[in-house]
Design a protein around this ligand. Sequence first.
Ligand code: AMP
Length: 278
Amino acid sequence: MLVFTTIDSLQTQLNKERGTIGFVPTMGALHDGHISLISSSLDQSDFTVCSIFVNPIQFNKTSDFENYPVTLEMDKEKLEAVGCHALFLPSFEEMYPTGKGKSFDFGQLSSVMEGAYRPGHFDGVASVIERFFDIIEPDFAFFGEKDFQQLAVVSKLVENSGIKTSVVGCPIVREKNGLAMSSRNQRLSKVEKEVASEIYKGLLDMKSNFRNISVEGAKSSYIAWIDAHEIMEVEYIEIVDGKSLMPIKKWEDTTICMAFTAININGVRLIDNLTLFK
Ligand code: AMP
């Protein structure tokens, strides 16, 4: 695998490539969820670039940024093993020549859920992705549905700015117990990982039982499900239209219904989502 730390050296290589370019942006501490995106890119494009860049401006809490896991040597081994062609490790200075990101208008999309609870988060995400797309000009870019709202924001970014990259969404990869894989899971103990599996189990329970109760009732039951475990705290549980991501009041308000949640477990913030019906 080729490793690049400067924009110039990466672009020199990309200029030699004749086929399609697939791109997988990550913040490292790679797990099987990330590797599934690399595999999709390898399947669908001729040359796959993975980036590892812990983007400081998308963190709204300094402590979350400072505690973000870094496992570069292991990441390289995993990327080599799956057959990734290139790894890009840019510096902050090259990514942000002016020292800061930009502001974007994604309308209501960035005002709910992650947008509401993590002010500035999507401006940070869109700034870094726009910059990467400008540098790499990928034909395809692969994003996980674990960060479903991020996938929607990036799709909107592409639509608004006329970028030619096709944005591809990839399914959530889970641990055996159902916990959505996340780099932040590395900060959980074995016991905490077991308790955290209730995040998904509670969503599955909602999917099985929602027809008998109201939207508000389904949210209250979920909160009770999580609150039954002392170390977990619900930041939000929302039931939304799967296209606009706007909260619904009644089940009849949508034909694609999704539940989204953010949970804190001993200071580690985890998110998950599930389609209830479509
Ligand atoms: P991150 O390194 O957390 O910024 O994630 C990089 C990419 O991997 C994003 O597109 C995420 O949505 C995706 N990703 C993270 N976890 C998973 C997972 N469990 N399953 C599928 N994709 C994931």
